[in-house]
Design a binder for this molecule. Structure first.
Ligand code: SF4
Length: 209
């Protein structure tokens, strides 16, 4: 696993749990409003990554005060050894929350079928016709729809989230996104913080909408 960040305690990122968070390195999207710009590049020097062994040692030493681990990014589902990593963390006794952009439904399906997830949070960037623009890459939107279907029909707690960039998403867009998700499923609209965005050429993005 390419791990670039480790937060040892959070009360707000894994509902109902005390948790730690790891931030995996690399993402298959380039959302212009991303708050984790340093985590996007997949090809980073290994010296700049955290040692997996150190992360496990830290998790082992904190298991008496933590219930779970949030695996965030970057995009965790592009990590080739994600399933093995999760199994090893579960063996210590942790529950697992996965944060994902939903672009790799086959990985999400595999993890669910292996029964290794306790919570899934998927970001939905935009209505389908705006997806490639707001994720910064060409997106096969069928993947997004498949992930929504897989997650919302699974026996795993879940939520969907959208970062609302007021200049790029209208109220109608948010309603459209909401209509893509089963009505009983939890949906949260998150506030965009422009100061934290890695790349924010708003005029250029607006032109392409
Ligand atoms: S906000 Fe977009 S670019 Fe940033 S980590 Fe999430 S999916 Fe990747």
């Amino acid at each position: 696993m390419k791990i670039s960040g480790f937060q040892t305690f959070t009360l707000s990122d894994f509902p109902g749990m005390t948790a730690a968070i790891i931030f995996t390195q690399g993402c298959n999207f380039r959302c212009p409003f991303c708050h984790n710009g340093s985590l996007l590049n997949t090809n980073v020097d290994h010296n700049n990554l955290l040692s997996e062994q150190n992360v496990f040692e830290e998790l082992e030493s904190r298991k008496h005060i933590l219930d779970g681990l949030v695996i965030s990014g970057g995009e965790p589902t592009i990590q080739t050894d994600l399933l093995m990593f999760i199994r090893n963390v579960r063996d210590i006794g942790y529950k697992i929350k996965l944060d994902t952009n939903g672009n790799r439904p086959e990985i999400i399906k595999k993890l669910i079928s292996e029964n290794v997830l306790d919570y899934i949070a998927m970001d939905i960037k935009a209505p389908l016709e705006k997806y490639s623009c707001l994720s910064g890459v060409k997106v096969e939107t069928n993947n997004i729809l498949k992930s929504i279907e897989i997650i919302s029909s699974a026996e795993v707690k879940s939520e969907f989230r959208t970062t609302c960039v007021p200049e790029l998403l209208t109220e109608t867009d948010i309603e459209t996104i909401r209509s893509m998700i089963p009505s009983k499923t939890k949906y949260t609209v998150q506030k965009f913080i422009p100061e934290k965005a890695w790349n924010w050429p708003i005029a250029e993005i607006k032109e392409t909408l």
